[in-house]
Design a protein around this ligand. Sequence first.
Ligand code: ADP
Length: 355
Amino acid sequence: MEKKFRKIGILTSGGDAPGMNAAIKSVTCAAINRGVEVVGILGGYSGLINDKIRPLTKNDVCDIEARGGTFLYSDRCDEFKYEEGMQKAIATCKRHNIDGIVAIGGDGTFRGATDLSIRGIPCIGVTGTIDNDITASDITVGYDTAMNTVMHIGDSLRDTCESHARCMVIEVMGRNAGYIAIETGLALNAIGVAVQEKEFDKEALFAKMTHARKNGRRSFTVVVAEGLGGAFSEGLTKEIEERTGIEARFVRPGHIVRGGIPTLADRNFASKCGFKAAELLLQGVSDVVVISRHDKITSMEIKYALILDRMYKGKLKDGDLDNFTDEQIAEMKAICKERAEYFDDMYEIVNGVGC
Ligand code: ADP
């Protein structure tokens, strides 16, 4: 028999991302509009373990979509990864009569959501990460805002580069994924984009810069993904000066990129995902993550999404594919191929349209 939901909880966990608030708002209102009570769990899974629960009304969440960060706070919580911590979290759910949870975050957050789901607390995941590193979903909540923030920073840096005839090497966040770097590299007319997914040809960069300078170009932008490590970006900045004679500066915007007013794209994507998450949870669905594929908001089993992620990142372990059908595995491979092709195409475009 389908379980009747009376109260659901929402939490944000792992790295924060602009747009998380719009997701919180839309889950809250969608649930309340269906006669279901909503509570906020503060500070991710640690809030569940330490009983940091607050009721959420429509007034509490009204207009929060315009704010960056997460109004439910976020934290990392190692205790939750162990059975004892998990049982404390489940006891908190029971005490507060929380029938199900929407968990907004990245892959670590979804692992936690699966662990709760299989222990009888239905959970739905919503992507919240600037890195766009959830293979299952074409985009993630926070990614668009982060890219726009990098673009604005790069535009400002270009002004001063033009005045002083300099090169700016900008290292951007993205953990082990080069998506932010490659997209902003295109938007900023970068003369070089270095990402860990691709071999970077330094000699070609130096030659291009030298040639462009001879032809009168004053300012240059090079975008580097943080996955290559700080030493790479700083080293490259020095090498550019040594090899081209062009004055170069290194900038790491760091956490600035994580904050700020969410873009329309992020707010609305987050709102759509939140609505879908509430709908699924209240229908009795559990252990899935809400994703976007080919511009459609849909969902995927978390265990499938996590293995797909490992496949894309080349980190599959023995036995990972044992519980999937041939058809499912073929679909996973197709998704990985599509994603890799997108990245390859972007890389070719960035390198092909530079002037
Ligand atoms: P993100 O969700 O952005 O990937 P983390 O990897 O830090 O961020 O994960 C966020 C939180 O999710 C962790 O602090 C922990 O509480 C929980 N979590 C991560 N991995 C697991 C796991 N294997 N089992 C249960 N909970 C996990």
